[in-house]
Design a protein. Structure first.
Lengths: 117, 117, 117, 117, 117, 117
């Protein structure tokens, strides 16, 4: 399965429609360059790639795409705890405010349970 | 072995001296908070943490610390190819200029061979 | 006509009121420095200036002002397609997430038709 | 009184609950490192620290924490005018869009009067 | 002539060698995606694209690529004055320090005369 | 004495020449807008303003101007320790790498003694 099919999962059609409505070529570039060219490179496993994606999105101020890639970690075989650990690990590099914002997005998502028992 | 001892390796004394000369408490906070508190958390393996560190440093404009964590990937059991893959993976998220700058730092380091055969 | 009158257009009074309510001197500095001093420089045509404004706002994470300057491109004689091209052009420099966010703002604006026929 | 008690004031319990729900260790690190280690250093007075916090949050794109530290300036003996002056001072360094966004947050807060008589 | 041939001009071979030494796929992606896919889109003229490139590079902290695109403006039919105007126009959006840094790069380049008579 | 005369001090002529060589209008805007309009506002004392300037420059990646404003803190009646405290205070907001870079600039400046006895 392509990395895009794995990450987008059951949201695939919705994400494609959203991006095409933004601009057909934007969707095309994301599919052909971001996913089929860069993401599909062998070398790093998909879970690692998704954790890298997450901390880069945190560095960019936690845009909407963060939700897609929180789901992507799990779709790639990772856990909620992996996500939490990546976010906490970002503190020394990016400071607290960016990381607090990322946890706010994470906890707003249905289907992702809290880390507390 | 602590994550700090692994990552800093044979450069440990030099890095400590540099940070202490900057400010004794800066060195202390990096040791006790960044490394002993955050880095030493279980959950993610050290190689993954170092790849996360690298893409965050790329997002920050490739400061000096990048060299320490290029070495850190290898010290944690990763390879030059892992570093290269993490940098190429950053392109769709951070754009080309940041990634070009990171490769410039990587290729300037002695002891890291080129990726070409 | 001053660049400010052209860009703010029929929204002029609303924008002025908003900025004055934020701080009277903020409105004054924007009028006298940003517009009358910098924007009104001869050299580049206003459409080009507005396209420059747009990609810089994208680099800053797509703040509210983006809407004003999407309208400004059109007020300066540009088209929706000019805006779309500037946003797509930003991908290699700033990465996909920033550009996706900008298209989201663009498509949320009434009076700006979709690029699709 | 600790700097954290002063800044969080009557919001203390709410902020602690929010951070703990994000991640218990996030709350712990903010309390023990950000506040008890860094904030509680002697040297700069708390009002100055809070003004520094504000312009750094503006540079990060005005995240939620900005509200806490607007209140923090006042809790530390500063005034609404001090906040406004710090925001206006940020213009030459960070540009207008970031500062406009910060005033938008400030004016949205109940209990902070407008600067106009 | 392709936009890449125009912009890279007589530096083409040197730039290609540098990028290939960084990573062969980095060079390939820049050629095929950044230039042949994005840059070669019709819609905006090349001079406008290069001015957009410049202000985005200023927003990223003036990396090395800035020099290539200063030359690119001229190669695309623009003038030194166009570059200077784009940089001055960036002040209200990005603040003075970024713009000062860009002028420093510009004035360090041989073959670009000062703006003063 | 104007804030500009105080901050630039004995470096005034050199800074003016440098900025004028970059672009005469850049120097003019910095003098008339940044200093005479924004800096010279009453409200905050000059030492506080310079500490604010420093942490914003740290957030921008420590450009050259940082040196001018390290000197500015002292010219405004502050001490080396004030500078060090402002830099350490930035850690929780901006992360370690930015702050390490700022200390590197500080320690490279002649005439600023180390913080160690």
């Amino acid at each position: 399965m392509s990395s895009r099919d794995t990450i987008w999962g059951t949201h695939k059609e919705a994400i494609e429609e959203r991006l095409k409505a933004f601009h057909p070529d934007l969707e095309k570039y994301i599919a052909s360059f971001a996913y089929e060219t860069v993401y599909d490179r062998p070398g790093l496993d998909l879970k690692t790639k998704e954790l890298l994606a997450i901390v880069m999105l945190v560095s960019l101020g936690n845009p909407q795409e963060l939700k897609t890639h929180f789901r992507g970690v799990v779709a790639a075989g990772g856990t909620l705890q992996d996500i939490e650990e990546a976010l906490l690990f970002a503190i020394p590099y990016l400071g607290f405010p960016r990381v607090i914002g990322a946890f706010e997005v994470l906890r707003s998502m249905k289907g992702f349970a809290s880390s507390e028992p």
